[in-house]
Write a new protein. Sequence first.
Length: 305
Amino acid sequence: MQAVGADAQEAHAMTLRSMLFVPGDSERKLAKASAGPADALILDLEDAVAKERLPLARGMVAEFLKASRGRVRPRQLWVRINPLSTPDALPDLAAIVGGAPDGIVLPKTDSGADATLLGHYLTALETREGIEPGAIRILAVATETPAAMFTLGSFAGSTPRLYGLTWGAEDLPAAVGASTNLDDTGQLDFTYRLARSLCLLGASAAGVEPVDTVYTDFRDSAGLLRNAQAARRAGFTGKIAIHPDQVEIINQAFTPSADEIAYAKRVIEAFAAGVGTVSLDGRMLDMPHLKQARRVLAMAKVEEK
């Protein structure tokens, strides 16, 4: 398995709260998104681009990436390519790797083997383009096919490039012949809630970031905030946005508050004596509470004292 260089390892340490989809064939939307607050942009060559415009989109995305190659980018630039099962995936990669994207979003994966294969393709293309080996990361969309639902554990050890797993509730119902992904109360049906849970567990098992899927009603700010807060409570560390207006709300939800940071510091201080169980504010705390406190500080990018 390919080792990751020191510079790439440092870049890999950043956890992304918000990742905004941007159609790869829209110069206006690319320009608007690049001035926004998203931690990362996902320049889309898949679902947001009509088939006949794909060559145009590849060129636009390549030029957009090359304009900032070798400079410190204010936000990461990722590209969603077409699935590896299609003839469009390799031309996508060949066109855009020269711009040194920070990562590739890989849709409709069936298992960790897809991430492994993509890693091999990226190694060859990085070598061609003079890019540090391992610099380009992978976010796998891990629940869009029926087969994928049975292989969420296979991403562990698949490639050191793997940044995280995310899930989707739009392609899977079409694949299984469902007329909707909702139950009669308007909530996600069990199959798609199961996909969410398995994605979370698969990411945890692989030691990578669990990234929550899109909230499709971009006009419902209150609903998005509740949805994002619930995702963070469940263990997700970031969320994908489909509209620029969603980004600030997502960033807010995935940024620990001052009270959370202060409490996490107190928990860590309570364990400073090296004991395994402590009492704080009338509660008994043990190692899982310490681990969670450290995670809060890591999300807030605050160092332990």
